[in-house]
Design a protein around this ligand. Structure first.
Ligand SMILES: [Zn+2]
Length: 325
């Protein structure tokens, strides 16, 4: 059971070891203005809670585009409140990847705005019958056996409800190859990364703002490697670096400039190389904590526990299956 618990860590379908005391649901988070009629609704990763990814709102002449929709009801309320303040109606959602902290909000947002068109890759098909189905089964076992901490139950039950409606998370428009398109009257380039955070991720380049919105290809405190091919992920970061963005919006954490992104990428590359090597794994997590310190914030203990776990995940070869086509 321990392995099953660990295997679901970042998606936090099961309470991970570092989820000690749960904090109450986070209060509503106000949007942060970015240049060019764009806003960030910050995600959160509070102690004992499952994470919400960031949401980016892009305003166009014909409505708003949402990049990712978070996990919790509180995050969706934050998006709704921002849209009301900005007097915007969403017409499109772009999901960077299928992890539940980025797609769960689709359900409520689509119910409230039936005209929304969802863009995403086909990778969710494999996830619905594979990782998500397995996670749900393991979570139900943990709940019925009493090994699920009570504090984790609300978030986990929310995820189980979302997975039960998993077919509704499928995109209306499947984007499996790079594509330039005009959404809500706004020109965007959708880039596909193969075998990176998931089997196929999307990241968005807004050339007019020189901004890359990259989902979990960049995450503040720790890279969520649960369903990742580390080498494919590094390759995707090369593509992000080559696009010429001045600003990078990560899937979790604050916006970065080019040099901040370069430092994060270096720390990530060093962590992967270390975990692929043969030295002590503790040196890998210590290296991550030092190299990524500016992105980790105050919760170094959790970041260390997660880096320890992911280092072991890489070293054990358990992720290698994600690198095969
Ligand atoms: Zn995420």
């Amino acid at each position: 059971m321990r392995g099953a618990l660990a295997a679901l860590a970042a998606l936090a379908l099961l309470a991970p070891a570092w989820a000690a005391r749960a904090e109450p649901s986070s209060p509503l988070r106000d949007e942060i203005a970015l240049s060019g009629d764009s806003w960030l609704v910050p995600g959160a990763f509070n102690p004992g809670r499952s994470p919400d990814g960031n949401t980016v709102i892009l305003k166009g002449p014909k409505g708003a585009i949402l990049v990712d929709t978070g996990r919790t009801a509180g995050h969706v309320e934050s998006i709704d409140a921002a849209l009301r303040r900005l007097k915007l109606r969403p017409v499109a959602i772009i999901n960077t990847h299928w992890h539940l902290d980025h797609v769960s909000g689709n359900l409520a947002l689509r119910a409230a705005n039936p005209a929304i068109t969802v863009y995403g890759t086909s990778a969710i098909e494999g996830a619905l019958t594979g990782f998500l189905a397995d996670s749900a089964a393991a979570a139900r076992v943990a709940i019925s056996s009493g090994s699920m901490p009570v504090s984790a139950l609300p978030d986990v039950q929310g995820d189980l409800d979302t997975i039960a409606r998993g077919r509704e998370l499928r995109p209306d428009e499947t984007v499996d190859e790079n594509r330039d398109l005009v959404l809500a009257g706004r020109s965007l380039s959708l880039h596909v990364a193969e075998r990176a955070v998931t089997a196929r991720d999307l990241w968005i380049y807004d050339a007019a703002q020189r901004r890359a919105i990259v989902g979990d290809l960049v995450t503040g405190a720790v890279p969520f490697l649960d369903t990742a091919c580390p080498e494919g992920w590094l390759h995707a970061l090369d593509a992000v670096a080559a696009v010429g963005a001045r600003q990078i919006i990560p899937g979790h954490g604050a916006p970065m400039n080019r040099t901040g992104f370069a430092r994060w990428r270096d720390a990530f590359g060093d962590f992967i190389a270390c975990a692929r090597g043969s030295g002590a794994l503790e040196t890998c997590s210590a290296g991550w904590l030092a190299g990524a310190a500016e992105f980790i914030g105050t919760d170094g203990r959790r970041a260390k526990a997660m880096a320890d776990y992911y280092g072991e995940l890489i070293r054990s070869g358990k992720l290698d299956g994600y690198c095969r086509a």
